[in-house]
Ligand binder design. Structure first.
Ligand code: BJ8
Length: 426
């Protein structure tokens, strides 16, 4: 960052000392994890720029938009429909919660055996280091896992503009009705926040922007089926992470440019790793920025990641919203239909997730699956057993990993991952 953003951060109420410390750690991590990679597509230069300005230029854009009367809506879950946020001309930002920062402060309010993701957003808030949280006019929580659901009750005390959306836990007709009711309530709340009434044209536009972003990410996903893989799993993950807070149209454009470049690479049989490198599908909890620990271990241990069954990945992007409706009601129903298919482990039963993992493993020619669960995340830790059983029955080697955001277990994880990669080598 060349511009001095300190006055902006001060205005946002950030703790500059703590914020400097966070940026210092992030910069070093990015250098060691991303810039140290070889053979990266040149289009990743855009992502490097976005990351270098993640607390700078992007926040300035948000503040300029706010000054022009637009609202910022921060979200934690892919059940929050961006289409509605865009339809009221607000800006949606995914709040990352992917780093261990201020955990000791978080643990004064939350039990120690809470997952790292929840502790992270408390830590960021309590230490005043996240400009996205501070810039948001409204933050949307959701009743997914018990951890988040109960933590939001406490979070509301330190983040009064928190709005909580109910998400069903089963997939019956009445559950779809519940989601429909919640999306109607959310629509009304957004209309109240912005003073904008959602009409058909506005909703169609919101749907088109988000569908286009998904299509670009689907295009990227499919290109990773090539051997040699044209892009590293780390870079593909970064693209999926940045999708949550970059300007959606500019982002979609950049991803499509990267895909053009990857198509050329595939034609020339160029890759980031040699042809025949063991291929891994990662499945499980979402990996928010800057949670790159496990992918980095995998890709420095002789394998390439070819897909993510994750909310920061294909669980989050699969399926488009049908945009053919001609009324707000019809389009709202189409949004409900699309989101109701998300197969997060908070649902019971959750057979479609097992099918999706198997499908992705075959589609991307994965030699094995690594199931990643954050420690104390009951939904994903418990579901990892049936996932492993189903994959093994299908002849797909699988390893289950449970970890947190700390760096302490890196050596141990690396030993396990290396041993797994040895077993899936052709
Ligand atoms: S739709 S995965 S983004 S809830 S890791 S906080 S589940 S204890 S993040 Fe998620 Fe929405 Fe589901 Fe996706 Fe709880 Fe688990 Fe922590 Fe989690």
């Amino acid at each position: 960052m060349t511009t001095d953003y300190r006055p902006m951060w001060t205005n946002l109420g950030l703790n500059l000392e703590a914020h400097d410390a966070l940026l210092g750690v992030l910069g070093k991590m990015y250098q060691d994890t991303y810039l140290a990679q070889k053979n990266r597509p040149s289009g990743m230069g855009y992502l490097d720029f976005v990351m270098s300005e993640v607390h700078g230029l992007r926040i300035k854009e948000l503040m300029d938009a706010k000054a022009a009367g637009r609202k910022i809506v921060g979200t934690f879950c892919v059940f929050v429909p961006d289409e509605l946020i865009l339809a009221v001309d607000a800006i949606s930002v995914g709040l990352c919660a992917g780093a261990e920062f201020g955990i000791e402060d978080a643990e004064k309010m939350l039990p120690r055996n809470t997952c790292s993701l929840i502790k992270a957003f408390f830590g960021f808030k309590l230490n005043k280091v996240c400009p996205y949280i501070e810039a948001s006019n409204m933050i949307v929580g959701e009743t997914t896992c018990d951890g988040k659901k109960k933590a939001y009750e406490i979070f509301k005390g330190i983040q009064p503009n928190l709005y909580v959306m109910e998400v069903p836990q089963m997939k019956r007709t009445q559950d779809k009705e519940l989601l429909k009711g919640e999306y109607a309530r959310f629509k009304a709340e957004l209309e109240k926040l912005t003073g904008v009434t959602i009409n058909t044209a506005r909703l169609k536009k919101g749907i088109a922007i988000v569908n286009n972003r998904r299509k670009a990410l689907h295009r990227l996903a499919v290109l990773r089926a090539a051997d040699p893989a044209p892009i590293s799993g780390l870079d593909a993950l970064l693209i999926n992470q940045v999708a949550f807070y970059d300007n959606p149209e500019r982002f979609t454009d950049s991803v499509n440019k990267i895909c053009d470049e990857l198509e050329l690479r595939i034609k020339k049989q160029e890759g980031v790793f040699p042809k025949g490198t063991p291929r891994v599908l990662v499945s499980g909890c979402p990996m928010a920025v800057p949670n790159w620990k496990l992918p980095s271990i995998i890709e420095t241990s002789g394998a390439v990641i070819v897909g993510e069954e994750s909310c920061v990945g294909e669980r989050g992007t699969q399926n488009l919203v049908d945009d053919s409706g001609t009324t707000v009601d019809a389009l709202m129903n189409a949004i409900v239909e699309r989101y109701f298919k998300i197969d997060c482990a908070i649902f019971t039963p959750n057979e479609s997730r097992l099918d999706h993992i198997k499908t992705l493993a075959r589609k991307y020619h994965a030699d094995g699956v690594i199931h990643y669960a954050l420690q104390f995340c009951s939904p994903y830790v418990i579901e990892s057993y049936p996932v492993e059983q189903a994959l093994i029955t299908d002849g797909i080697p699988t390893m289950r990993i449970e970890t947190d955001y700390s760096q302490e277990d890196i050596g141990q994880l690396k030993t396990r991952v290396e041993a797994f990669i040895e077993t899936i080598k052709k």
